[in-house]
Design a protein around this ligand. Structure first.
Ligand code: G4P
Length: 529
């Protein structure tokens, strides 16, 4: 197959949702359609269990198997589909944000009863800012939930999207009869009380066909016609270009658990979802069909086995082909590296591949060369940008609990930070080290891993910080900045890349600082170089 055709057949995306909306179930059903797994439950077992908020052993166990589920690839209708796993657990939100830099589109799963939830809002905001094409899947239609129009309103208002339904439910919960597929112009009927099976797919060229009454009953037929009229009157026509530009979001309804509405979603996704998109580097925009290979690291996964300290760096291929045993330039180190066993991922396994194409993810064994955000090229001096770092939610001093092992401790901290487990800040005043995390869980993970992988021991001490802000003075030489640095010295630190960070201890002090030093801009996110 030609290079161009290989690109055209790739769809790389992520599924995002608030925990429990049905992301795992939907993923599994997609894999079943693709023939990538044989039975339900295969993906589910890999999920970080609810309530595991402080059970780091469970997290460790998950980490071991989650390599396999980091990327789930399968073929459907001759398209190569790569699903990038995004952890739903909020303590791993940062991981999800980073993964979103490697997807070409997303599917957002929303629970029909719960509507738009917190985690969904945050994730969709990131996608919206980056103009990532979004499809919305409203799940659990077999249960009583919100009215479809109310929910569409909620999605528009709370997620800031402009939606257009491509399917519409006929009833809901106990009365759920099926779905009218606006995109394909047919009806899928649900069967029986358990609503487990699709009874029939009936094509309807026109919704005014009197057969409709016979099939779903007079009331449901009248309601459906009225609803569809409203849909056509209120929502914009689907326009693929608008969807691809991130300006219009198609909506599907269904029930992942019952495998209902999933095929419609997948078929439409395969038709409309983007092929590997161009990506912005500091120097220029890089298109997928350029011959020269380029890619970037968006995730690093440590080996579970302490005897093999190597890690797996996940590279998204942006352009050209990545070939085994070929030297590529590690731009940050200005060094050529060759990889003899690049891994490709499938639904339940990974295996060594000779060649990979734009949109694909390869896993490279790494002994400490890579950092999240690193760029690899065929030789061009190129730096992909846009892997953001957000202010952590929790901050603690990290202390060495075994003075004989300080070297191991620093090495361990250094490598864990490269993996993106947490963020490290070094205080300007006294050089003390502070670890910032999104969830409290990471402190246990770090402590456990330092001990088991690096033989180092640490303790923590609370450090009350409200928010970390990256400092960007309009003029680093002006007196206001000098004054800011002098007065706020106690609250200043350097992040791992040496950028100056202001650790505000309260919202009030943050506001006061912003007012007092208007020329010192305080930013809430940082971009890796
Ligand atoms: P997540 O990955 O987004 O966190 O959600 P997950 O798929 O694990 O689904 C959360 C719960 O919702 C699961 O039930 C799952 O079976 C259920 N679910 C998913 N899709 C549907 C649907 O279309 N209809 C209904 N009624 N339920 C759905 P659980 O009881 O928490 O887990 P389990 O015991 O089924 O494994």
């Amino acid at each position: 197959m030609s290079f161009e055709k290989e690109i055209q057949r790739r769809r790389t995306f992520g599924i995002i949702s608030h925990p429990d909306a049905g992301k795992t179930t939907l993923t599994e059903k997609l894999l079943l359609f693709g023939g990538a797994i044989q039975e339900a439950g295969a993906v589910k077992n890999n999920k970080i269990k609810k309530g595991a908020t402080s059970d780091f052993m469970e997290i460790e166990r998950q980490r071991g198997i989650s390599v396999a589920t980091s990327v789930l690839a399968f073929i459907y209708r001759d398209k190569k589909i790569n699903i990038l796993d995004t952890p739903g657990h909020k303590d791993f939100a940062e991981d999800t944000f980073r993964t979103l830099t490697a997807v070409d589109s997303v599917i957002v799963v929303i629970d029909v009863a719960k509507g738009v939830e917190e985690q969904t809002k945050k994730l969709v905001e990131v996608c919206r800012m980056r103009k990532i094409p979004i499809i919305v899947f409203i799940n659990k239609m077999d249960r009583e939930g919100k009215d479809a129009f109310d929910l569409l309103d909620e999605v528009e208002q709370q997620l800031g999207l402009r939606v257009t339904p491509l399917s519409f439910p006929i009833g809901m919960g106990y009365d759920f009869k099926g779905i009218y597929n606006i995109y394909e112009k047919n009806i899928n009927l649900f069967s029986g009380d358990n609503k487990r099976n699709i009874e029939d797919v009936i094509a309807f060229d026109t919704i005014n066909n009197p057969e409709l009454e016979k099939i779903i009953g007079t009331k449901a037929a009248t309601d459906l016609r009225e609803n569809l009229e409203l849909v056509h009157g209120v929502y914009p026509e689907f326009d693929r270009e608008e969807y691809l530009a991130g300006n219009l979001q198609p909506v599907f309804f269904g029930s992942a658990l019952n495998n209902f509405g999933v095929r419609e979603l997948l078929d439409c996704f395969v038709d409309i979802a983007p092929t590997p998109r161009p990506k912005m580097a500091e120097e220029r925009l890089v298109k997928a069909n350029e011959k020269g290979f380029t890619g970037f690291v968006f995730k690093i996964h440590a080996n579970m086995d302490p005897k093999h300290r190597d890690r797996l760096a996940f590279i998204k291929i942006v352009s050209g082909t990545f070939e085994r045993n070929t030297p590529y330039l590690h731009v940050r180190h200005n060094k050529k590296l060759k990889f003899s066993s690049p891994n490709a991922f499938f639904a339940e396994k990974k295996e060594i591949v000779d060649i990979s194409y734009p949109g694909d993810i390869v896993g490279l064994h790494d002994t400490g060369n890579f950092k999240i955000g690193d760029t690899l090229t065929e030789g061009e001096n190129l730096h992909y940008k846009g892997i953001p770092s957000f202010s952590p939610e929790h901050f603690r001093y990290i202390n060495n609990a075994d003075p004989l092992k300080s070297k191991q401790l620093f090495k361990g901290i250094d490598q864990l930070m490269d993996e993106g487990v947490a963020q490290l800040f070094t205080l300007e005043l006294n050089g003390r080290k502070v670890i910032g995390t999104v969830g409290a869980l990471q402190y246990e993970v770090i402590q456990y891993r330092l001990e088991h992988e690096y033989g180092a021991k640490c303790t923590y001490e609370n450090f009350p910080v409200y928010k970390a802000c990256w400092v960007a003075p309009k003029d680093p030489k002006n007196d206001e900045f000098k004054e800011f640095k002098r007065v706020k010295q106690k609250f200043l630190a350097k992040d791992k890349r040496g950028q100056l960070v202001f650790l505000a201890d309260s919202q009030f002090s943050l506001q006061m600082t912003q007012q007092k030093y208007p020329s010192v801009i305080l930013k809430f996110t940082s971009e890796f170089e």
